[in-house]
Design a protein around this ligand. Structure first.
Ligand SMILES: [Fe+2]
Length: 202
């Protein structure tokens, strides 16, 4: 039986204006070398692409979904394996504390603002993990940051009471599952495996 967490690699490609230009730029960045070089190159590339007037993400990425933040996969590279996911955050929508399954990721804000809080893992005991908030930031349009395991624990939230935010995430590979951490007392959280759903694009 297929593992629902690790589906076979399919080619995913959604049409949008400037798509070929976008893919060429990302392909160049992912060939930069080790994961530090690749994520640094991708941060610069993503910042430039957000400002590039020839690139327009598909209209669907501006449509929030009422009961959860939207994840729409726009492209998966058949050659490099990376996955490009657009996320749409309604007012106040956000994630629980989570990891990225050991994958590097570069995230850029395309529209609106997002609050990103990183957490440091202090200790663990079985399924219980102790985290401490290790810095937060408000990221505005045109900014990009990266997560390189093991420094991958974070939350993302749209702090606006009325505006939608859109972000673009380039993962090392398709991220079909991750670990979420549900808050308990104090700095302690309980680990919970999560399968990540993808919403229909276009
Ligand atoms: Fe994340």
């Amino acid at each position: 039986m297929d593992d629902p967490c690790c589906p076979p690699l399919d080619h995913v490609s959604v049409e949008f204006q400037g798509r070929d230009r976008f893919i060429a730029a990302v392909d160049t960045a992912v060939a930069a070398g080790d994961q530090h070089a690749v994520t640094a190159a991708l941060r610069n590339t993503l910042c430039a692409l957000i400002r590039d007037e020839a690139v327009h993400l598909p209209a669907c990425v501006h449509a929030p979904i009422v009961d959860h933040y939207a994840r729409r996969e726009l492209y998966r590279s058949p050659r490099h394996g990376y996955s490009v996911v657009a996320m749409t955050w309604g007012p106040g929508q956000g994630t629980p504390l989570h990891d990225h399954s050991g994958l590097w990721c570069v995230e850029g804000v395309w529209h609106g603002e997002l609050e990103i809080t990183q957490y440091a893992l202090i200790e663990e005991a079985g399924d219980r993990f102790r985290f401490r908030a290790a810095g937060g930031m408000i990221a505005g349009p045109g900014s990009a940051g990266s997560l390189i395991p093991p420094h991958e624990y974070h939350t993302i939230r749209n702090p606006s009471p009325d505006a939608v935010a859109v972000s673009l995430h380039i993962y090392q590979a398709e991220m079909a599952c991750c670990t979420k951490f549900q808050p308990q007392a104090g700095e302690w959280f309980v680990r919970e495996s999560a399968t990540l759903a993808t919403d229909q694009a276009a």
